[in-house]
Design a protein around this ligand. Structure first.
Ligand code: SF4
Length: 235
């Protein structure tokens, strides 16, 4: 659990709950200790609720992150409890569980959703260890757009894993689905699931690619370790 964040739930001071267990094994994942669902450090749900009761009126939102939160059978019940305490909710998901997303939307539990878009759908197997269904992944996008919920799709970029051309194909897919917000995140070295991935040093993306991405979305965010030149282009 992370008591406070200003980043993971845009516009809200929030706490983040990291739910363990994930169906994927993304090569760039830096939450590797959470993946098997056997993390040694954990806190009880009762402790989480007590923490949130103490922060009512100060913290505004709760982020369900992971791991993959939608794998948890108790997720929606937990979200209901958090909503009853007056908090807004953000969900971070890898997009593999459209039925859970649909129920969370139907039950009016979500105020923000972030979906990781890891790679061109045809290359998911190589990069995440599991193939992706365009129908299923696309359904999540359609549910989000139809609901009008604030959202962000985001891609972690390592030039050894995907090319800029593939990144633009992914962006075009999002535009086709009417997704309006996209964030590009530079790979963070250190503790990645695939320890053979080298750090990304020096210029890592062309200015023209950034400008093209920026032009395609109403909201575009670059997360790039303080590289001010790139930040200025993306702003
Ligand atoms: S980065 Fe991939 S493997 Fe890691 S928690 Fe997210 S979806 Fe799971």
């Amino acid at each position: 659990m992370q008591p406070f964040t200003m980043i993971d739930f845009p516009g809200r001071l929030a706490s983040v709950l990291f739910l363990q267990g994930c169906n994927l094994r993304c090569r760039f994942c830096y939450n590797g200790t959470l993946l098997p669902g056997t993390a040694r450090e954990h806190i009880t749900w009762e402790a989480v609720i007590n923490f949130l009761k103490d922060r009512q009126g100060f913290v505004e939102g709760v982020v369900f992150s992971g791991g993959e939160p939608c794998m948890q059978p108790g997720l929606l019940d937990a979200m209901h409890e958090v909503r009853e305490l007056g908090y807004e909710i953000a969900l971070h998901t890898n997009g593999f569980y459209p039925d859970v997303v649909e129920k969370a939307i139907e039950q009016r539990l979500l105020q923000f959703i972030a979906v990781d878009y890891k790679a061109p759908l045809a290359r998911y197997g190589e990069i995440t260890g599991q193939s992706a269904s365009e129908k299923s992944f696309g359904r999540v996008a359609e549910l989000i757009v139809a609901s009008g919920i604030r959202h962000e799709y985001r891609t972690t970029f390592h030039p050894r894993l995907i090319s800029e051309k593939e990144l633009m194909i992914m962006a075009d897919w999002l535009v086709d689905k009417k997704i309006s917000s996209f964030a590009l995140q530079k790979f963070k070295h250190g503790g990645a699931y695939d320890a053979s991935l080298p750090p990304v040093i020096g210029p890592w993306i062309l200015n023209t690619t950034l400008l093209k991405l920026k032009s395609r979305f109403a909201s575009f965010t670059l997360r790039s370790d303080g590289n001010t030149d790139l930040q200025q282009i993306a702003a």
